[in-house]
Design a protein around this ligand. Structure first.
Ligand code: PEP
Ligand code: MG
Length: 967
């Protein structure tokens, strides 16, 4: 640590410009014997690379790394310039702190200086200081506490440059309520400082609510001013000191931990390294968990949804554990708790939201989070006490013993899990638990172990090559290609090498590296990225099996249901699909690779069923319904027979529908209904067409905006829209303009907290407030269209004025970007739009009914409500009446109407919607064949009569019964 004393300060200096100030500083350091003459050139070169202005009137001139040889003795000297010196970029320096450092000693100085930077009056104090004692006193003020918490750490973020990282850090600080709106803008004026090891430092002084430190790393190494960028510390500081933390950061770097901070450490490790508090001192409440399978995917999802309604940080941990509480808003983190039945959850909520959030969360847990729950017994509670609850352990421990503590679901019971791949499967349980290998911790010698590892990786790569070659399904091939890429990752070998050098065996070193990397991945807030940890573990096990010379397990001869913890893609792909009737996993989500593989192979699958399924006795008869997300354990003969029949009928129906999917959907009496596909990405168009889609009926353009760290520019959007239009080969494209707000947040477009976001700024209301974003999108769409059929619709239109404003904007854009075949319409998602359909129909070209939102607004039921959403049925006669009004109004003006909500694919709803004379149904691509087949069964006269009857029913149940009787 560098000490400061008054002899190191020269007061009352004057310099005409920065060059003169640097010369003065060079001279001061030289006369004090700290540096040789050449150091001044180094200081000048450093300024040329980037200003050393630190903030609040302080600059820290120092030499470049290659002029360290010119440093004779480490030390610092201070020059006070009461009149100030122009340091460039409009920044004025009143105190120059010249650093002569042989290594990284200047970090401790930086720490001492930054401590005081937050003080608004600092600049004036330094300027006005009359004695060197005064200057030093200003620089040595007492530190205060600063927020460092999990949500302020974001690892492996998609970022293209340092600015992106700054934006992410600023967003985290805002979300943690450390900074207010405008903080990010203020940051861009601050010059980021390299700290070494690819780590950078930036701090913001304005728009700070409370001091906080964010740490962000990019997914790939970036570059800034010719130097690598592997991580960024971003400090929000607003008048309070923060010495302890800065000291910690600087100590960490000086002690050589920079490389680990920049990559390799988990969030928990980083927090621990920074000395963050394990748990915040917030109001808390506890509640025992009664769900039979613990906090598995479904109930966890319900919990995250409830938490997301509150605009503040809410965390949870298992009561009594030392682990840092995790964010309730992160599904992957919730799952990583591994909370089991009868364990007590401890919720902690920021004081601002605690009063409302804690009772809501407690009530939701008590009511079972959407699952029926049995009351807890004494025995349950005693068992829960015996279970360990360290979340990190739970994640990395893949031995069966950690899982056996949960009892199996009893015979005759029905369980719910995430429906990952559709279809009904029946068969005995075949438990495929992760094999545990025994191996020595210590190796023969680093060289021997290195060779063994290299050989095992080489063999695994070849094995993957042959799997790629053999896999009939593209999605599976792509996964193995990804696995091969993972094996190419030099950091895996480098990290293992370091362990081998310390004496580890190839097996122990490799698995330690894999577990560490997978845990880091699992700690990510992005559920999709977190799920990729399963692939890393899969790759890890493949190499381990090679190192241990293990043979593959032998699967049974007859059709079975594969029951496993978290199936790796290679496990599934290796299985004989003729014998795997279904897949049931304890962990995983609908987007995990195992789910993707199961879908690609057409194997019915349920995932995230909870640890209990791993305790099922081998051979237990199982009935798995991949459509309804339901598992029956040892069902009785009658249930089984019904399911078998249903399965046979479904399979036959799907096959027949698939065979005729390219034919149009025409009723028995010759009425044509267009069947289009809904799409949420750019790539899916060819697949949709292959399923028989006659066009894209709803392109949800949010995906494009969500895939970027900031709003994509005109060229990026045009390229993406063009890709969709090209793939459509002249078929119509119905595009919805950006629909964010409410249930669809956009990270870089933060919407001020609203009491009720569903009734707040969202959809077109929001985009009309940002005309530049909307105009760019419209222009990109029109440019991409050329002469192809383009239909643009605006989401959440609730008034004629909104429609007219949006239409006028589109017309203005079309003036300079004309499109030959353009229609402009609205989505009917708000009851007022349906009620005003007679007025709107005169002006729009078409309507598309978004039944998902129309139902929630008509019935006043949140579409994501954990309990009530099941009642948000679009076949409610009230919703049907609004659709009927819309169609009648449109047809009176010769306009067409589509339905693009989930209702359009519901087999009960198709006859009603067709009977109400809806012209187009837009559904998920996979549903196109079945919807077309359903239309072909109908007779228009009878269907119209059915629809009229439905309008007069009392509730959705009556409508469904009516349709069943009709069939
Ligand atoms: C709808 O609301 O029915 C709709 C199609 O839009 P989204 O589900 O994207 O809100
Ligand atoms: Mg909608």
């Amino acid at each position: 640590m560098l000490e400061l004393d008054t002899r190191q300060v020269k007061m009352g200096q004057r310099a005409a410009d920065k060059a003169e100030a640097l010369a003065l500083m060079g001279g001061f350091l030289l006369e004090e014997g700290l540096v040789d003459k050449g150091y001044l050139a180094g200081m000048q070169a450093r300024e040329a690379q980037g200003s050393t202005y630190l903030g609040q009137g302080i600059a820290i001139p120092h030499g470049t790394p290659d002029t360290r040889d010119a440093v004779r003795q480490t030390g610092i000297r201070l020059l006070q310039f009461p009149e100030g010196v122009d340091w460039g970029n409009g920044q004025r320096v009143y105190l120059a702190v010249g650093i002569a450092a042989k290594s990284d000693e200047h970090l401790s100085l930086l720490q001492a200086l930054t401590r005081v930077l937050g003080e608004d009056s600092l600049e004036a104090s330094l300027r006005e200081a009359s004695t060197s004692e005064h200057v030093l006193a200003i620089l040595q003020r007492t530190p205060q506490s600063i927020v460092v918490e999990p949500q302020l750490i974001a690892l492996a973020q998609p970022a293209e440059d340092l600015d992106d990282l700054i934006a992410i850090a600023a967003r985290r600080l805002r979300q943690a309520d450390c900074a207010a709106e405008g903080f990010a803008g203020a940051l861009y004026d601050a010059a980021p400082l390299p700290l070494g090891d690819g780590l950078w430092w930036v701090h913001g002084l304005r728009r700070v609510k409370r001091p906080g430190l964010a740490f962000v790393t990019p997914a790939t190494v970036l570059s800034h001013e010719g130097q690598p960028v592997k991580g960024l510390f971003c400090l929000a500081t607003g008048g309070e000191g923060h010495e302890a933390l800065l000291e910690r950061v600087c100590e960490l770097l000086a002690a050589g931990h920079g490389a680990a901070l920049a990559g390799g450490m988990t969030v928990a490790q980083i927090l621990a390294a920074l000395g963050a508090e394990a748990a915040p001192d917030w109001p808390s409440a506890t509640v025992p968990l009664a769900n039979a399978h613990g906090l598995h995917a479904r109930p966890a999802q319900v919990l995250t949804q409830i938490a997301k309604r509150f605009d503040g940080d809410i965390r949870v941990r298992i009561a009594g554990s030392d682990a840092a509480p995790v964010s309730v808003k992160s599904l992957s983190k919730l799952l990583s708790l591994g909370a089991r039945r009868a364990q007590t959850l401890e919720f902690l909520a920021e004081p601002l939201v605690a009063q409302e959030a804690l009772p809501a969360l407690l009530a939701a847990v008590q009511s079972g989070l959407g699952e029926p729950v049995e009351p807890l017994t004494e025995q349950d509670l005693a068992r829960a006490d015996a279970v360990t609850s360290d979340p990190i352990e739970a994640l990395v421990d893949d031995t069966p013993s950690a899982i056996e503590a949960v009892p199996p679901p009893p015979a005759g019971s029905t369980w719910h899990a995430v429906a990952a791949s559709p279809g009904i499967a029946v068969g005995p349980a075949y438990l495929h638990t992760v094999r545990s290998f025994t191996y020595a911790d210590h190796g023969v010698s680093p060289e021997v172990e290195r060779t063994r590892l290299r050989d095992a990786i080489h063999a695994s790569r070849a094995e993957l090559g042959s799997l790629i070659h053999r896999s009939p399904v593209k999605a599976i091939r792509e996964i193995f290609v990804t696995h091969q890429e993972m094996l190419e990752d030099p950091s895996l070998v480098e990290d293992t090498d370091a362990r081998l050098a310390q004496g580890a065996s190839a097996e122990a070193g490799w698995m330690a590296t894999i577990n560490e990397a997978a845990s880091t991945q699992e700690a990510l807030e992005d559920a999709l990225l977190a799920e990729r940890a399963a692939d890393l573990r899969d790759v890890g096990r493949r190499v381990l099996a090679r190192l241990c010379g293990a043979e593959d397990a032998i699967e049974p001869d007859n059709a079975y249901i594969l029951v496993t913890d978290e199936v790796g893609p290679s496990d599934v792909a290796k299985l004989d699909t003729a014998r795997v009737a279904g897949i049931l996993t304890a962990r995983g989500g609908a987007t995990s690779h195992s789910a993707i593989v199961a879908r690609a192979l057409g194997i019915p699958a349920l995932v995230g069923a909870g640890a209990g399924v791993l305790s099922l006795a081998a051979g237990t008869p199982l009935l798995l319904d991949g459509d309804r997300g339901m598992l029956r354990v040892a069902p009785d003969a009658a249930t089984l027979a019904r399911a078998q029949e249903e399965r046979a009928a479904r399979v036959a129906r799907q096959q027949a529908a698939d065979a005729r999917c390219m034919e149009p959907a025409i009723t028995l009496d010759g009425h044509a209904v267009e069947v289009f596909a809904n799409q949420g990405d750019i790539k899916g168009t060819p697949a949709a067409i292959a399923y028989g889609a006659e066009g894209i009926g709803l392109l949800r353009t949010e995906f494009l905006f969500m895939a970027h760290a900031k709003a994509p520019d005109l060229a990026a959007q045009e390229a993406d829209y063009r890709q969709v239009m090209d793939a459509l080969e002249g078929r119509p494209l119905v595009v919805r303009t950006l629909d964010v707000g409410g249930d669809k947040p956009l990270p870089y477009w933060p919407i001020p907290a609203e009491e009720n976001p569903y009734l707040g700024l969202r959809g077109v209301r929001l985009t009309l407030q940002r005309p530049e974003i909307m105009e760019t999108q419209l222009r990109a769409l029109m440019r991409a269209a050329d002469s192809r059929p383009l239909r643009i619709m605006f989401p959440m239109v609730g008034s004629v004025t909104e429609w007219r404003q949006a239409r006028d904007m589109a017309r203005r854009v079309a003036l300079d970007t004309p499109v030959k075949d353009l229609q402009l319409g609205i989505m009917v998602e708000v009851p007022s739009a349906a009620l005003l359909a007679p007025v709107l129909a005169a002006e729009v070209d078409f309507f598309s009914v978004g039944t998902n939102d129309l139902t929630q607004y008509t019935l006043a039921i949140d579409r994501g409500h954990p309990v009530l959403s099941a009642q948000a049925d679009g076949l409610h006669p009230a919703v049907l009446k609004l659709i009927d009004m819309t169609v009648k109004a449109a047809h009176a003006h010769g306009k067409w109407v589509g339905v693009c909500g989930e209702l359009a694919a519901d087999p009960h709803a198709v006859p009603i919607l067709v009977g109400l004379d809806v012209d187009e149904l837009s559904v998920s691509a996979r549903s196109v064949p079945l919807v077309k087949a359903r239309v072909r069964e109908l007779d228009m006269t009878k269907t119209r009569a059915l629809a009229q009857q439905a309008l007069d029913m009392a509730g959705p149940g009556d409508v469904r019964a009516l349709v069943e009787a009709f069939d």
